[in-house]
Each structure stands twice: as C-alpha cells, then as structure tokens.
Ligand binder design. Structure first.
Ligand code: ADP
Length: 537
C-alpha cells in the first residue's frame, strides 16, 4: 500500500477545506472572540511564513509561552507546518526550570502571551538561544525589557495567507517537544513526531476512547503546555469539532459559564479542576446538559467525584490515564457491553479504575516474579510500548532508566483485574511501605474523598521505627465543616473500608494541599511542609 508520510499539517488542511464555517472560540478580557477554521487556517499559514522570515528553519525549535487560545492553536500547526518543532513551555514552572528548558531545547523564537511577559523578563538574561520574542495580544504590545520584540498580529498582517505547509517531511521527524513538569531534578524533554501525534489523534476519535467527532464542542481546560492539552487541539481540528479556549486566569465560575453558554459537549482536565467545578455547581445553578463527557486524567479520579458528577448532575465522566511520555493517552475506562447491567456501585468501581489499554498500544504490569496475575491484587510496574510512546528523553542521560528493552518503564504501580483493566495503585515513590507490605495512598485518598466533609485529601508516608513507614492523611475540609469534623470521625469513616493496618496513623487538617504546576497534589512539598512535625526524612 501507499507509504504516505503521516504529517499533522494535513489536519489543518482538512479543517480549512471541509469545515471552514466551524469555529474556534477564545475567552479574552474583552469578551469571547470567534474565528472560523477558514480564518484560523489562513492565520496559521501567515504565521508559518512570518516565522520563516524571522529565520526559523526546518528542525528549529519555536517555543510558546501561553494560555489556551486560538493563537496557541495557530502555533500548534504553524510551527510544525514549516517543519519546525513546537515547544510548549509550561508557564507555571520555576524561573530556573523555564530557563533550563528553553536553553536545553535551544529555542530560537518564543511566542509569548502579553500578560506573561513579566515571567520571561525575570529570566531574559539566562535565555541564551532566543533570537526573537513575538508578543500575542489583541491590543498594543506592552513596554518590555525583552528584545528584539515583534507583534504577533503585525507579523501575521505581513505574512503570506497562501503559505504551503511542508509536504516532504519524514513522518518520524519532530513536530513538538514538551518537558515533564518534574517533581525532582530538571524537567525531561519528550519529542513528539508527526507520526506519533497523527496516530494518537486517531485514537482520540475512537468511540471507546474519547470519541471526539465533528459534532463535539471541545473545551480543553488542561493547558496546551501540558502534554499538548492531551492531544485534543490536534484531534478536534482534524475532525472539524468546534473548540472553546478558556484563555487566561480562568476560574470554576468561568468554566461553568462557558459550559453553559458555549454548549460544551466534551471537556478535559485534571481532578483538581473538576473538584473546583463541582463546588461551583453545588453553589450556583448552571445548565450543563450539553456535556456528553468530562474527560479526567493526570491523577486518579476519586470514585466519589465521578459519582457526584454523574448522579447529582447527570454529567457523564470518563477517566483516562497517560503521561507526557505517551502523547498522552494510554488507557480509558469504559464498561464492556456485558457489564452495563451490573449494580451501580460495581460499575462505578470499574470506571474509577484507569481502564483498558487503547487500541494501538501494548502494556504489561511486571512484579517481582514477572508479569503479575490478572487478579486485581498483585502489584507491579506498568510498562508501555507503541507508536505514540517516546523512546527516549531529549538529550538526557536519564533515558536509560525509563526506556529499557523496548518498553517505557512508567514508575507507576498497577494491578490488572480479570478483564484486563488496570488500576493505578501509586507512583513507585508514593507507595507506603508498611512492615514489608504496600499500602496504596491513592486508595486511601479515594476513601477519604468519599466523606461528605472532605474537599481534598492526600496521603503520604511518615517514617515509623517499627513499620518503616505509616500513612498520614492530609485533609482539606469544606468550609462549613471546618472545626466540626475530628480526626476520630475521619478514621471511623475509613474503618469499614480498609484493613486495620491500612488506616492512617494520624489525620492533619490543612487549608490547602500544595499542587504541581499542572494542578496535581505535590506530595514532596507536603512532606517538606510536615517534615518538622513528623520528622519525615
Ligand atoms: P508530570 O509527571 O509532570 O506530573 P504527567 O502528566 O506526564 O506529568 O504525569 C504522568 C503521571 O500522572 C503518570 O505517570 C501517573 O502517575 C499520573 N497519572 C496520569 N493519569 C492518571 C490517572 N488517571 N490516575 C492516576 N494517576 C494518573
């Protein structure tokens, strides 16, 4: 058969050709802005030609430093469309990590949202390779100490609306690069090829995966700098779905309003986003009936949260698992046809797991004695391989640890049940090792989250002279329960749910759980915070 190279520019070409009237909608300080795919396609071509004029060549890295917006989408296609590499820089990284990754990727040009300029100005003297900063704004480019500076809109005005996207590209060449947010050490770069993104996008269209289609109105809340917003912008453009971009500094109120006003059908984000939305839905009334799925990944989705969305608000939930290294989708949790008549609680328990591996990938869970039994009990490390899985970290010695024998060693600990469904128990480093046995912090967090008074909960290990480690529950209560719920109440609630030796030794009540730059619980910071009190090493 024809060996046609898989090239992501064909996605934008398809949107321009077959869906020219469909819209990309961005929330801005001046209200909602609408562009058709005809306009976005033309602007994308103008951007590619403008970057070429600035000296960007095939293989060069061009960074974005931006919120989710139509301009960011133009960069998603304009940069690879000229054969260059889209580097989505996480705006929430520390100054040290921002300069590390920009230098490490050797970014030549940076596209920056105007409100984020101060963050780059802080590190401008450290950025060794950047030859031009392009400021994305609807208004005047603000005064800045960055140099040289160009206006995105002025560059586009002078750009070529008929620029031809590069055709003769090797499908295995880089289209993008994204750095993991790194809880320890420097961030690690993951290169995405045209082929990888292409095949991953197809997987997002499968009915048993995310089923993204033309009729969808997609809103990626997950940032476009976090694993390509889980690939949603690529798939949605390709399939002609409408896209809604929540823009800068959104809140749960803004998200709820957008869901109602833009009739969102599919939205994607990490559990902390959905906990915030749930609170908003509890406090105010919104019409969320357009939603056909809330896609949730990045951390385990607590069963109690899934239940609240589905039972209380009739909003279907879809739990999925992935990593920056995997493009990211690896598993999606849907029921098999013969499971649909199971009792509600059983179905919920299945859907709160991470799910079945999506077609195209292979996984195995390897314990001390080889692959684990499919009994839902035996734990082992999750290994993954497939056409959208990275095979190394970009110019990084640490590749050797994670990529071995043709498999990505995820550092995630999982079980597999008799249906082949995986359940993530923990990250290796977060497992609690008590008296030679393992306790899953994720399971305990799930149990805690089922308590009505609990808003957020994280469980960490504390050192113990006899048992080596014991679980400590860190709990944030809903406002109205603060001072009213005790440690004893919490332990009593957990007692029927877990073996006695799993129960946390202590419960601390906090105002907030520290989060990573992409909104996950930052257990390292939690350990540091509680270190003195509990002498955690
Ligand atoms: P970072 O490593 O910067 O947090 P990633 O998004 O690449 O960014 O994180 C991937 C990790 O997130 C996985 O290895 C896993 O530990 C966790 N994760 C992702 N999805 C889920 C999920 N559905 N349930 C539990 N953990 C998840």
């Amino acid at each position: 058969m024809m060996n046609v190279p898989l090239n992501i520019s064909s996605m934008m070409e398809r949107a321009e050709k077959y869906f020219p009237k469909k819209e990309v909608i961005t929330r801005t300080p001046a209200g909602v802005k609408r562009h058709t795919y005809r306009e976005i396609g033309e602007r994308t071509r103008r951007l590619a030609s403008a970057l070429q004029k600035l000296g960007v060549e095939q293989g060069d890295r061009v960074a974005t430093f931006a919120w989710n917006s139509h301009r960011h989408l133009e960069a998603y296609f304009g940069i690879p469309g000229l054969g260059a590499v889209l580097h989505t820089v996480n705006i929430r990284l520390s100054s040290e990590h921002i300069s590390y990754i920009v230098n490490h990727a050797e970014d030549k040009v940076m596209l920056v949202d105007s409100d984020l300029l101060p963050l780059l100005e802080n590190v401008k003297d450290e950025l060794k390779t950047v030859k031009a900063y392009v400021v994305m704004t609807d208004g005047e480019v603000p005064e800045t100490s960055l140099s040289p500076v160009y206006s995105y809109e002025e560059l586009l005005a002078e750009g070529n609306p008929e620029f031809e996207f590069i055709k003769d590209i090797d499908e295995n060449s880089a289209a993008g690069i994204c750095y993991t947010s790194a809880t320890t050490g420097n961030p690690k770069g993951v290169v995405y090829t045209h082929r990888g993104i292409f095949l991953h996008s197809m997987a997002l269209g499968l009915v048993d995966t995310a089923a993204i289609s033309e009729g969808d109105r997609c809103m990626a809340v997950v940032p476009m700098f976090h694993a390509n917003a889980w690939g949603m912008p690529f798939a949605a453009t390709w399939f002609g779905s409408s896209q809604v971009m929540p823009g800068a500094q959104f809140t749960p109120t803004i998200l709820a309003e957008l869901i109602e006003s833009e009739k969102i059908t599919l939205t994607a984000g990490v559990p902390t986003i959905w906990l915030g939305l749930l609170k908003e839905l509890e406090e105010n009334n919104y019409d969320t009936s357009s939603l056909r799925a809330v896609l949730c990944g990045g951390s385990a989705a607590p069963a109690a949260m899934i239940k609240a969305f589905e039972v209380k608000y009739g909003i279907p939930f879809l739990h999925a698992y992935g990593m920056t290294e995997t493009c990211p989708i690896v598993t999606a949790s849907t029921l098999k046809s013969y499971q649909t008549d199971l009792p509600e609680e059983e179905k919920l328990a299945i859907r709160a797991k991470q799910g079945l591996v999506v077609p195209g990938l292979e996984i195995k869970v390897v314990g001390q004695n080889g692959e684990v039994n499919w009994d839902g009990e035996e734990m082992g490390e999750l290994l993954i391989r497939g056409p959208w899985i990275a095979n190394e970290y970009y110019k990084d010695e640490r590749s050797k640890e994670a990529f071995r024998d043709g498999w990505l060693h995820t550092g995630d600990v999982a079980t597999v049940d008799d249906e082949g469904v995986i359940k993530l128990v923990d990250r290796t480093k977060d497992l609690i090792k008590s008296g030679g046995e393992w306790i899953s912090s994720v399971d305990l967090e799930n149990g805690l989250m089922a308590h009505d008074a609990v808003f957020e909960a994280a469980v960490i290990a504390i050192p113990h002279p006899q048992w080596q480690e014991r679980p400590l529950a860190c709990v944030v209560l809903h406002e109205q329960y603060k001072g009213k719920v005790t440690k004893e109440d919490i332990i009593e609630f957990l007692t029927p749910l877990f073996a006695k030796w799993w129960l946390p030794d202590d419960v601390v009540f906090l105002d907030e759980i520290p989060k990573t730059s992409v909104g996950k619980f930052l257990k390292r910071a939690l350990r540091d915070q509680l270190n003195e009190h509990f002498q955690i090493q």
